[in-house]
Design a protein around this ligand. Sequence first.
Ligand code: HSE
Length: 437
Amino acid sequence: MEKIKVGMLGIGNIGRGTYQALYMNQKKIADTTGLDIEIVKILNRHPEKDRGIDIPKEKYTKDVDDILNDPEISIVVELIGGIEPATTYMARALENGKSVVTANKAAIAANGKMLAELAQKHHVLLRFEAAVAGGIPILTSLTTALLSNEFSSVHGILNGTTNYILTQMEENGKNYADVLREAQAKGFAEADPTADVEGIDAANKLSILISLIFGLGVGPKQIPTQGITQIGSEDIAFARDFGYRIKLLASAREENGEVAASVEPSLIPESHPLANVRNEFNAVFITGNAVDNLMFYGRGAGPLPTGSAVMGDVIGVARKWEKDSAYDIVPQLRYDADLRFIGEGSNKYYVRMTAEDIPGVMGKITTILGAHGISIETAIQRPAKNSGSEDGVSRAPLVPLIFIFANVDKTIVSDALDDLVENKCVRSVETVMRVAD
Ligand code: HSE
């Protein structure tokens, strides 16, 4: 049986899950592939730290060159995370004739093109299934079983932390800050949750999907991105009244040669399968011209689910290598389509504002919205909950106003809302969210 030697960079949560995914199923992998895959060296800068897994100490090295320069290692698995030094290590591995498997969405979104070209130049493979939606095999499916399709859209719940927070807010009536604190205490959310709650993690993943699905290079910083921090419990309740749930949606769609994309909290009809993806789960909903609608659902994070995707890539690379058939493989990332990226495009929008409850306010608001060319689909005013007395000064009570605008560009919405505040028609604009049909 042929031995495939793998070097692993990093032994954090995903490293541990990858190691377990291999060794708990090693016999099955060997029986079905005829390959004896071994993780022979692991870059571990802190070998004294207990990783909660039984790994022979002699596998550990503190020197990355022990792996990158080892002629016996044919596959390097990069699980350090972050753009650097991970990109440099992957580039060096590829230059040294080793295939690379990574779970690193930030590095692939930033440097995937360069790394894919290096892989091609050196006749080795670059795989990154685990970088998008963890254990869900979306990238492999797109580049194998679904290759006969042109896709018109992809909508994903690609971040488990934010989906967990939104689900808990909706189902248990908790506010954002309390749920975030709880999620951090349970180890669901990072101590610094910025990349998750601000949508950056989802934008990295969407950038990779856009390349695979549409063949277009759109960097994560080009994708209009909004996180979930502005969402209040009121929005969740209003959305429910309208028959929607709120999800952080990463979307891209192609129409007439133009691709629109965004990451933003969105209202999804309760009847849509994505609306029922709860807690830390991820899902990807795609529409192809042959397969029609298709949804993938599963765990987008966690050691074993992500380790399952990493090992799937390792086995895929190892099989091709063994059969000596691989080195002309088409790179998965594509940047060659004749398409134009137009940012967010036009959508329906939900807007919650606060206004003083005085006669004529609604009329002034609708006049200004009309002047900006905004068509209103729904407008609701809820009764005031306060007397209007602030700091002993008597004013008209404040009321929440909720609108759903018909399809319109976000820039027009922003201009119109600025106008409303400048003209003192509304006290403040609390929330703006896309409505996804
Ligand atoms: N932090 C991510 C999430 C998992 O919460 O989904 C890794 O991409």
